[in-house]
Design a protein around this ligand. Structure first.
Ligand code: SAM
Length: 387
């Protein structure tokens, strides 16, 4: 298996067993505490896909229970027989407990709770977790876990990738605060984009370089070399939240259009200038750091702009994808000219932002409608400067 497998492939393989590193959770949570040290104070936090034997979410929140000022921590785990990955041995923690039940261990979920100092150590930490088997398998959609969701204030986890849409809906059905990991590719989902546009959900601080290393129980993902052993590298991974953090309120420092064209670092932009789409009334801005400060119309920017989005500076008008397509033009059948010169008939231009070129581009797929030449761009977020 390739070590650079992305989340999409993981999803296709229904592979939901990647575990988050403690340091990544700590770094992300610290960003919210920097903004507001009381973000978690007196709150009940639910970790709905988290067995403490595996989950660093449970470890992190249990170890930091007092520092965060939590009222209650609940962590629920999914029964091994319900998982796709069933390689499991009960741990000593479970087998040595008077609650251990050989008939339940593989088919029931578990709940772990932390509210008080149970062992008289003088502090509340992971050793004070109390547990029992759930009635069902711990599916986050089950009535008993839904009840725990309803009792909680903030839901935090890295959910199973294959159930991402359902997980988002599950959280919003209960109108809870949240912080969870997902993939940038899901921003265009019908279930996700309207929430981002309405500022009911935004991106967190994120992973360094836009990629995360997750702990994988699969031997064939355990790779050495420039990647970390026992880890899988997932590119495009990000945090979704509705908790406030500081970066979100820092506007981008921008140059005017003229300054960008004269001093900007992007040679292609300096040479070709800004272009308008052929099928949307918007300006193509291929780089977030090239957004002109003096353009008042709609601009199309890469999805990675959301990492820098400040709602006081811009409004999100739409996305050139899914049912939010803003296409004002329908193209007839086109000829696609591939890099090696081969040609085929297609109808692809209606799927995204399109730019018309005076001459065929070199080393790039392009499309011909009669004598007209077009290229198609990746998904763009459509934004407008706030006055
Ligand atoms: C991507 S892993 C992340 C685990 C852990 N949250 C972490 O970040 O280390 C997702 C976890 O959700 C569990 N899971 C899968 N389907 C589930 C469901 N319907 N309800 C609850 N948990 C589920 C998987 O077994 C897996 O342990």
């Amino acid at each position: 298996m390739a070590n650079n497998t992305n989340l999409g492939a993981a999803k296709a393989a229904k592979n939901d067993e990647f575990y988050t590193q403690y340091a990544d959770i700590q770094k992300e949570v610290n960003a919210y505490l920097d903004y507001n040290p009381d973000t978690f104070r007196d709150k009940t936090v639910l970790l709905p896909c988290d067995d403490p034997e595996w989950s660093n979410f449970t470890r992190f929140f249990a170890q930091n229970f007092e520092r965060l000022g939590l009222k209650r921590l609940i962590s629920t785990s999914y029964a091994v027989e319900s998982k796709k990955y069933k390689d499991y041995e009960p741990t000593l923690f479970e087998t040595e407990s008077p609650l251990f039940d050989i008939d339940k261990t593989r088919i029931k979920g578990k709940i772990f709770e932390l509210t008080r100092d149970t062992n008289g150590s003088g502090r509340i930490d992971i050793d004070d977790l109390e547990w029992h088997y759930l009635e069902g398998d711990g599916d986050f959609r089950s009535p008993e876990v839904c009840k725990l969701r309803d009792e909680s204030d903030i839901i935090v986890t890295n959910p199973p990738f294959s159930l991402f849409r359902e997980f988002v809906k599950w959280i919003f059905d209960a109108r809870k605060d949240f912080l969870f990991i997902g993939h940038q590719g899901s921003i265009g989902y019908n279930e996700v984009f309207p929430l981002i546009q309405a500022n009911r959900m935004w991106l967190g601080m994120g992973f360094t370089g836009g990629a995360g290393h997750f702990i994988s129980p699969y031997d064939d993902y355990a790779v050495a070399g420039d990647h970390k052993k026992g880890m899988i590298r997932v590119s495009g991974v990000t945090w979704f939240t509705n908790l406030e953090h500081g970066r979100r309120h820092q506007p981008l420092i921008l140059m005017s259009m003229k300054e960008n064209l004269r001093y900007g670092k992007h040679i292609d932009l300096r040479e070709n200038g800004y272009q308008k789409y052929d099928n949307y009334d918007a300006l193509e801005v291929p780089y977030s750091d090239a957004i002109p400060s003096d353009y008042d119309g709609v601009m199309g920017v890469p999805v990675t702009f959301l990492d820098k989005y400040c709602p006081e500076q811009f409004e999100i008008v739409g996305i050139t994808k899914t049912k939010f397509k803003l296409a004002s033009k329908i193209y007839p059948e086109q000829i696609q000219v591939n890099k090696n010169g081969t040609r085929q008939r297609v109808t692809k231009l209606n799927d995204g932002p399109v730019i018309k070129l005076p001459t065929p581009p070199s080393n790039q797929v392009y499309y011909m409608v009669g004598e007209e030449i077009f290229i198609q761009l990746y998904t763009r977020i459509l934004i407008r400067k706030k006055q």
